[in-house]
Design a protein around this ligand. Structure first.
Ligand SMILES: Cc1ncc(COP(=O)(O)O)c(C=O)c1O
Length: 489
């Protein structure tokens, strides 16, 4: 491999005059004298210097020839022109000083290791790739790439036609939304990030347990958090929520209203209404994360905070889990008065929207593929969900319970407190079943003791195998006399 050349600046001996061969000679001599061009150092190739200085090849060659004749430079066959003296070519050594690494702020860490290869990923929120329409997405990508004169500029707010299609879909779900209120994002995670950057609220309330990456994100923006306890086996204790909200006065409540991650809980309609009433009385804003709503069993739909509460509810959602996670298209819906600031925040982190996934998604929606895909996805998930419940009923010890979300990708499986979750997870891993540690989803001591079970990701025979092992290990743990009380800390 060739060594990199030392870059050379050639200045005219007399200001205002054009650079010529003499100036090349003088500049090289000056650099060599000053030690900036060490023995063995490679000079710019003739064609590079010729282009750089706008000189003819002959002029540069003549300058180099003269320097070779004076013994300052030497030519090596097929390698280039080097500073003479010293048999050893001094490879480009780079600067001696080693810069300090920048200090990074610690990220509240909740990034788990991926499941070990071969293990059944029992707790993932992803959907089985076999249920996703990869070929049809590929068709749409090919098709939009063939359109001549494709969008040459960045879309700051997001692909305009996609925003129209998203708004139309939301209108069909009872939300009065126009394309001007939609901002596309890289997954709903970026939507949450944009809101977190843009808001001047300093305290956010959120469910406990909650989607851990949202918690981590808010903490990394130095936002104070007010956890609102959520018991997925009961109803929301609004009297308690009200006391907490009154005491801590968050400016914003972040709520995952459908198939809450990690519990699978969905707000009942009167609970949405109660939250809206509280928002009005205690003067906080609402950020609704509706990630699961179009994974409702039987292709049904339910009201959302945005539908009931109108345009002041900030709303985020995404196509990632339901379509192809790697497309990473999500969006925020916000009243037009907030759009310029939110878009400005988006521009600060990504400049513009990635055109290709957004254009391909617009094409996918236009062709009606998304609706037909959702219909078959619902059928498959409904079937898997039914199997999952049957298997749990058949296999699990009496004291183990689970939520019944009736949609979404996962349910929550919960064990009596005397089952040590970490030990259970270790025993399962040894048997090829990976369950995620939900520790970071909880604030303080966890009031639940379990993990997500993904019937959306794990196909039926495998799911059964995994649940058999869970049931066996749970039985073992429950049978151990005096088993330590070591719930999730
Ligand atoms: C509740 C919730 N919101 C948002 C996200 C972010 O998803 P994405 O960025 O893939 O759209 C997730 C991911 O799992 C989630 O569970």
């Amino acid at each position: 491999m060739k060594s990199p050349f030392f870059s050379l600046q050639v200045l005219a001996a007399q200001p205002g005059r054009r650079v010529g061969a003499r100036d090349v000679v003088e500049s090289v001599l000056a650099e060599v004298r000053a030690g900036h061009l060490p023995a063995g150092g490679r000079l710019p190739p003739v064609r590079v210097l010729e282009r750089q200085l706008g000189l003819s090849k002959n002029t540069v060659q003549a300058a180099y020839d003269e320097l070779v004749a004076r013994g300052v430079l030497e030519t090596r066959e097929r390698e280039g022109v080097f500073v003479a003296k010293g048999p050893e070519a001094a490879p480009f050594a780079g600067p001696k000083a080693v810069p300090r690494l920048p200090r990074l702020r610690a990220v509240p860490s909740m990034f788990r290791k991926p499941p070990p290869p071969g293990a059944i990923a029992l707790s993932t929120v992803l959907v089985d790739p076999a249920l996703l329409p990869r070929e049809r997405v590929a068709d749409c990508i090919r098709s939009v790439l063939r359109v001549p004169g494709m969008q040459p500029l960045y879309d700051f707010q997001g692909h305009p036609h996609l925003r129209e299609l998203v708004a139309a879909r939301l209108r069909a779900r009872g939300m009065d939304v126009s394309a001007g209120e939609v901002i596309t994002t890289v997954g709903s995670q970026q939507a949450l990030d944009i809101v977190a950057r843009a808001t001047d609220v300093r305290r956010i309330a959120l469910e406990n347990p909650v989607y851990a990456h949202a918690r981590c994100l808010f903490e990394s923006h130095d936002l104070k958090l007010t956890p609102l306890p959520l018991d997925p086996f009961g109803a929301i204790d609004f009297d308690r929520w009200e006391r907490l909200l009154e005491a801590e006065r968050p400016g914003l409540v972040y709520a995952i209203t459908s198939f809450q991650n990690p519990t699978g809980y969905s707000y009942r309609t009167h609970e949405l209404v109660r939250l809206l009433e509280l928002a009005e009385r205690l003067e906080f804003s609402l950020l609704e994360d509706d990630w699961g709503s179009d994974m409702l069993s039987d292709s049904e739909m339910r009201p959302s905070l945005r539908a009931l509460g109108g345009e002041n509810v900030l709303y985020v959602n995404s196509f990632t889990k339901k379509l192809l996670p790697s497309l990473r298209v999500g969006f925020i819906v916000a009243p037009e008065s907030l759009v310029p600031t939110l878009v400005a925040q988006k521009r600060l982190s990504t400049l513009g929207s990635p055109w290709l996934p957004e254009a391909a998604l617009a094409e996918f929606l236009d062709r009606g593929y998304y609706d037909s895909h959702l219909a078959s996805l619902h059928d498959a998930l409904d079937e898997r969900y039914r199997h999952c419940l049957e298997t749990l009923r058949e296999l699990m010890p009496e004291e183990v319970r689970w939520t019944t979300p009736g949609g979404g990708p996962t349910l929550w499986l919960d064990f009596p407190k005397r089952v040590a979750l970490k030990e259970l997870a270790r025993a399962l891993l040894a048997r090829g079943v990976y369950v995620e540690d939900s520790e970071s989803a909880f604030f303080g001591e966890a009031h639940l003791n379990g993990f997500r079970v993904s019937y959306a990701y794990v196909p039926e025979p495998e799911l059964r195998r995994a649940l058999e092992r869970v049931a066996e290990e749970a039985r073992r743990a429950l049978a151990e006399p005096g088993h330590a009380h070591t719930a999730v800390p």
